[in-house]
Each structure stands twice: as structure tokens, then as C-alpha cells.
Design a protein around this ligand. Structure first.
Ligand code: FAD
Length: 508
């Protein structure tokens, strides 16, 4: 790479799926003086085209890029998401919501979950969800954005559920309006420097040669640059996350059914299925282990489970759980499926792309000088993000009492990574939740899943014994009532969406 701060680094993004267009748009918008962005995509190859549920972090991305939320939601037929409703995971017939928000609050330096466990042991606690505004609102199909203050109304976040086939084109228009140069065509070979092995250019099937300084591999599962060309090794996690297929099928909404402000994940005999409500339709898919179910059986099962009229035949997608050992090698950075994949149980894939883009912008090789320490730091951060998500996903499978199918017997009894074994022991012995300040899923998330999946700890913080349980009980009742009142004052999810659409139309 040339090394002058005034040199705009020629960034070539290979791939025009969600990851490619998010990367291109992000770099073009946020590093206009430092990056000159070109993107290559091939309509013949196409995109994965699923990936409809997101995490609240995506709002920061949309906002940073200066995109108007209401316009974005209209263009992608998006709905609001307050969390995920997990059904039949811990045991058949059970369910819980993992919300984007907190439960109660810490008292006298002791986390809310210890107080809840104490009240529960005394038979005085209500269902955990009653102490979370996000859960209570989701259960009532109500929504409004959180308050921007310190009140109860500020104790949750939200994300979007959008049509993945519309999100890419939206980001494409945005990226091109911000200077991204687009080439349609298929890359058939990759040129590398004879000196240091860096990638120097991509050759398209019609002979076009696209040169660059930095290449971002967003070519999807194929991982054309990082995987195929640089032969970066693959770390396989399928022993812990055995689902390796999905049968996806959209259907119409059921007439009269409320528009849910959350995603539903229902455990199935060989995996689980999603329901993601969009404005115009419901996304459905069965994520399954091919060692336990055939593709035909999965297609039949998802077609039978979809509640509304089918809008297309089921489509099977194949994948494996894991990641490339390094996401940045030489002058190639992989973002999205080219870097790795963790199944969509907690809607984390687009988040992982977003974080890779954020870290790339922070550690961008200004002027073309790529400091190996920056590259190492990028890889460390991306690894950390993947590891956090991996353990959290495994928890949903492993913490179960289900013994009704070979799949659930396998995941219930399998050895889990040491990092998760340690976390589980902390919870079981003392209701402690491992603290970390970076990456996804903090205390409230682990708490929701531990309790939701029926993991009762042997002990909890002894300081709870110093408080008067009746007083704590009254505080619990007051919180429940305040949450119920707050929810009652919220508009319905569909009404709020309608209101936002009308506001957008009148502003136009
Ligand atoms: C079943 C399933 C469900 C999912 N659900 C969720 C979810 O709910 N939430 C979430 O966050 N994520 C989800 N994901 C992940 C999400 O779909 C991906 O993160 C997202 O689509 C990004 O994909 P991508 O851009 O990396 O790859 P792709 O969409 O595969 O795009 C690859 C691009 O590379 C181009 N390309 C490839 N080879 C060449 C070549 N030789 N020449 C030119 N162009 C080329 C293609 O044309 C395409 O434009 C899900 C994934 C699966 C499989």
C-alpha cells in the first residue's frame, strides 16, 4: 500500500449483500477523505437474502450514517422489535422473552436478579417478565420508543425486523449517493503481488481489472478472498452448534392477528423455527441439523407450521457454524458471512458485520499504511465478539431438560466450551453472571435465558437476607404496577407504525 495521509485508500468491496453494502456505505459516508470505495456484485450469484431480525445496535449505525429512521423503515417494510420470545427451549410447554432491556434495578449494591431469586424462593415473585418493561410491552403487542431520560420508560431498547431483500437495495442507493462506485460482474480471478502476497486486483469475467489497496471480502459463504485465495483456516464450531441448514418460507399475516413487536423462536425436534413479523408478511424458517432431519422433512415441517398463506415455496440454505481464524489477513478484511457464521437464534449476524465495520473504521489504514498491530487488534476484537455470541447461543440448547428427540438429547448432554462451563458454574453455585464490558449480552440477557430455561441456582447473594422481605415484596409490587401502567399508556405496535408512516407522508 502507498503510505501518505493524503492518499485516499482504494477500497474494493467484493459482494453486494447486506455485509457488502453496509461496509461500502459506512466507509464512504464516514471516511470520505480517506477511502475511495468501489463495490463489485454479481446478480448471477445473488445474495443470501434472509436476515430479517436485528439487534438494537443497528440503530446507532442507521443514525451515524444520517439515515432517517422512518424513511428507512418504510423502504424496508420494517417493524419494531423488543426482543425474542423463546418457546419450548428449556422444556416443552415453557416460554420466556429475552428482552432488549433491563429487569428491575440494583438495590444496595445487589443486582435485581438476586432479589428476584429471593422473592421467588419465598413464593412471592411474579413471573420474571413482569419486571421488564420491554417484556410487558411485547406481550401486550404495544410499542413506543423509549424515553431519553432516567425514568422507567427509558429502561429498554428496540431493533428492527426488516425485509432483507429490500435492505440491500436501500443501502445500495445510499452508498452510491455517497460516492460508492459499483461494478456488476463476476470475479473470476484474483491477482496478488509477487513481493508480499497482498491482493492487488480482481479480474471480472469480461476482463475488467479492478485494482485496490485494501480489499473487503463480503462474498458470502464462499469467502472468495480470505478463505479461497488467502486460505485462512476455518475454526469449526459445529460440535456445539450442530444446526447447519435452514428451510425459509414467507407467508401472509393471519387476518386479524396482532402485529407482534418481537421475533418468535420455537424449538422443534431437530432445531428451532423463527417467525419474524414484517409490515407486509411473516418471515418463517426452520433452522435444523441435517444429521437429525432431511431437507425435505424440514420443508414439510415449516410449510405445516407457517400460520398464514404461503407466499413462496420453502428454500433451503446450507451453512456451518464457525469463523475464519483471522478476519483480517494481509490487505484483506472479511465482513459478514465471508468471515464466519453463527446461526440466527439471537439475530446476531448483521450485528457482527456492523461491529467489524465499526472496528475497521476505527483501525482504518489511513493513507494506505497498514500497521500489523492494528490488524491484530481488529482480529482480537472480532474474535471476542464471535466468542461471546457462540457461548450465549450454546446456552439455549444445552440448558434444557428436553429428552424427546435425538437432537435435544445430543445438545443437552454434549461437552460445551470451557468458557461456557465456567459461566454455568458461576450461575449454578452463586447466581453470579460473568462480568464483561465489551461485546454482546450483559447480565440481563444471561439472567433472562438462565431463568427462562429453568436453571435454578443453588445460592444467591447473602446480602438479600439483611433486608426485610416484606418491604422488598412491596417494592416488587410497586414496580410491577408501574410497568403495567406504562404499558397501558403505550399505543399498539401496528398503530404506532401507522402513525409514523402518516408523519413521514405529511412531512414529504
Ligand atoms: C438461514 C439464515 C437466517 C438468517 N437470519 C438472520 C437474522 O435474523 N438476523 C441477522 O442479523 N442475520 C441473519 N442471517 C445472516 C444474514 O443473512 C447475513 O449476515 C447477511 O445476509 C450478510 O450476508 P453477506 O452479505 O455476507 O453475504 P451474501 O448475501 O451471500 O452476499 C454475497 C455477495 O457476494 C457476491 N459475490 C460472491 N461471489 C462473487 C463473485 N465471484 N463475483 C462477484 N460477486 C460475488 C454476491 O453476488 C453477493 O452480492 C441469517 C442467515 C441465514 C443463512
Amino acid at each position: 500500500m502507498k503510505a501518505s495521509l493524503h492518499h485516499r485508500v482504494r477500497v474494493v468491496v467484493l459482494g453486494g449483500g447486506t455485509a457488502g453494502w453496509m461496509t461500502a456505505a459506512g466507509l464512504a459516508k464516514l471516511l470520505p477523505d480517506h477511502a475511495q470505495v468501489t463495490l463489485i456484485e454479481s446478480e448471477d450469484i445473488g445474495i443470501v437474502g434472509v436476515g430479517e431480525a436485528t439487534l438494537p445496535h443497528i440503530r446507532a449505525f442507521v443514525e451515524k450514517l444520517g439515515i432517517d429512521e422512518a424513511a428507512f423503515m418504510k423502504a424496508t417494510h420494517a417493524t419494531y422489535k423488543l426482543g425474542i420470545d423463546f418457546r419450548d427451549f428449556g422444556a416443552l410447554g415453557t416460554s420466556y422473552i429475552h428482552p432488549f432491556g433491563s429487569f428491575g434495578e440494583e438495590v444496595a449494591g445487589v443486582g435485581f436478579h438476586h432479589w428476584w431469586l429471593d422473592q421467588a424462593r419465598r413464593g412471592k415473585a411474579g413471573p420474571l417478565g413482569d419486571y421488564s418493561l420491554a417484556v410487558a410491552a411485547a406481550q401486550a403487542n404495544r410499542f413506543r420508543p423509549p424515553a431519553q431520560d432516567q425514568s422507567l420508560a427509558s429502561t429498554y431498547g428496540y431493533a428492527y425486523q426488516f425485509d432483507a431483500t429490500l435492505f440491500g437495495p436501500f443501502m445500495r442507493s445510499f452508498g452510491m449517493a455517497n460516492g460508492v462506485i459499483r461494478h456488476e460482474g463476476r470475479v473470476v480471478s484474483v491477482e496478488r503481488s509477487g513481493v508480499d502476497g497482498d491482493v492487488t486486483a480482481l479480474i471480472l469475467s469480461d476482463g475488467r481489472r479492478i485494482e485496490g489497496d485494501l480489499f473487503v471480502d463480503c462474498s458470502g459463504f464462499r469467502s472468495l478472498l480470505l478463505g479461497e485465495t488467502l486460505d485462512e483456516s476455518w475454526e469449526d464450531w459445529s460440535e456445539w452448534l450442530p444446526c447447519d441448514r435452514a428451510a425459509a418460507m414467507p407467508c401472509a399475516h393471519v387476518l386479524g392477528a396482532p402485529l407482534r413487536p418481537y421475533t418468535t423462536a420455537t424449538a422443534m425436534p431437530a432445531g428451532w423455527r423463527w417467525q419474524i413479523p414484517l409490515q407486509h408478511r411473516m418471515g418463517n424458517g426452520y433452522v435444523f441439523s441435517s444429521a437429525h432431519l432431511s431437507e425435505d422433512e424440514a420443508c414439510t415441517a415449516i410449510a405445516a407450521a407457517a400460520e398464514g398463506e404461503a407466499l413462496a415455496d420453502p428454500r433451503v440454505l446450507r451453512f456451518r457454524a464457525g469463523r475464519r481464524r483471522r478476519s483480517w489477513s494481509r490487505n484483506v478484511v472479511a465482513v459478514g458471512l465471508a468471515s464466519g457464521f453463527l446461526e440466527p437464534l439471537e439475530s446476531t449476524s448483521i450485528y457482527l458485520s456492523q461491529m467489524a465495520i465499526t472496528y475497521l473504521i476505527e483501525l482504518f489504514p489511513l493513507g494506505g499504511h497498514c500497521d500489523p498491530r492494528d490488524r491484530d487488534e481488529f482480529n482480537r476484537l472480532v474474535d471476542m465478539e464471535y466468542d461471546r455470541v457462540r457461548d450465549f447461543l450454546i446456552l439455549h440448547y444445552h440448558a434444557t431438560t428436553r429428552s424427546d428427540s435425538p437432537f435435544w438429547n445430543h445438545v443437552r448432554t454434549m461437552q460445551v466450551p470451557d468458557s461456557l462451563t465456567d459461566k454455568l458454574a458461576l450461575w449454578r453455585d452463586a447466581a453470579r453472571i460473568e462480568k464483561y464490558s465489551d461485546g454482546l449480552f450483559y447480565d440481563a440477557s444471561w439472567f433472562a435465558v438462565y431463568v427462562g430455561q429453568g436453571m435454578v441456582p443453588q445460592a444467591y447473594d447473602k446480602r438479600t437476607a439483611l433486608a426485610d422481605p416484606a418491604r422488598v415484596g412491596r417494592a416488587f409490587d410497586a414496580l410491577r404496577k408501574a410497568i403495567a401502567d406504562e404499558v397501558a399508556a403505550m399505543p399498539g405496535h401496528a398503530d404506532f407504525l401507522g402513525h409514523e408512516a402518516a408523519r413521514l407522508a405529511s412531512a414529504a
